[in-house]
Design a protein around this ligand. Sequence first.
Ligand code: NCD
Length: 362
Amino acid sequence: MRHLIDPTDLSMQELDEVINLALDIIDNREKYSEACKGKKLATLFYEPSTRTRLSFTAAMLELGGTVLGFSDAKSSSVAKGETCADTTKVISCFADIIAMRHFEEGAALVAAQNATVPIINAGDGSHSHPTQTLTDLLTIKREIGRFDNLTIGFCGDLRFGRTVHSLIKAMSRYEGVKVVLIAPDQLRLPGYMKHEVCEKNNVPYIEVSSMEEVMGDLDVLYMTRVQKERFLDEDEFDRLKDSFILDSSKLKNARPEMRILHPLPRVNEITVDVDADPRAAYFRQVENGKFVRMALIMKLLEWAKDDSKTIDLIPEDAIRNEYVCHNKRCISNMENVDSLFRPATDKPGKFRCVYCESKAKL
Ligand code: NCD
């Protein structure tokens, strides 16, 4: 079976196939209006969502398929204590493909281990959000025309922002990409992202404390909101929530061809006067999300029938039940699943949790 749990689960060639199919869908909408006739998508959303869930729904409807699911865990058997593993086994009997969003890190991976249909990770805690990444990539393709030799500034909550983690992972596979990290100290990019993703793939990164100082160097400015729901301490959120606000005056030195992306929802990190700037691509980005999800659903349904497309979700060298994950939001601490750790590639002799990538502690 084939799933999309992490953005790098797609090979570069498969990624091109998905992006190119999305571009063809944009040009030939009619041609695809029955592409998923008779197929059912289940959207299992344990965490709030507007865009992602509705764009999956719109995508499947535009392909001629149907959609079932829940948008609030309280209205599902989760409220009775059912595990994500059991729910996935059950829904596999009703649907041909499942999109799941969950507040626990690694939940989509647990779902994939229990499903008999493809699982799409629509966001797992602060860990990953690969379909937002596909949306971002299609937007970059349409707005800028290339993935190589781009300088991308990531601004805001780089610690909890799963869209940031997934896009950096995806961009680290292209030549000549440089990353500029703009965040308050408390919301900096996690260590595993810097060491295992950027350094391992020779992606130069710098950390700066203001967007003005780098604005003129950027091809893409990726803005994010401070992720209120991930803070354990509300006072800390209050201190950080207004850290970086993009307004028109800060764009003075930005290049005319730079593009501003944001996964949305926006809170106050981009003032509305920026919306009219031709460089503001975030509302165009939303529509790209629907097209790329249409392409992904079609491809995963096609690959589900092809055994040669199955990939290992658990690294071969993973060790079972030896360490306990110290991340309270990791699925391995919430459900009765094997603990799984893989060797850390940045620190010899150290291990990282396969579900959430936290460092192992004995
Ligand atoms: C993002 C998410 O859910 O991580 N939203 C989305 O999917 N478009 C970003 C966010 O919530 O800030």
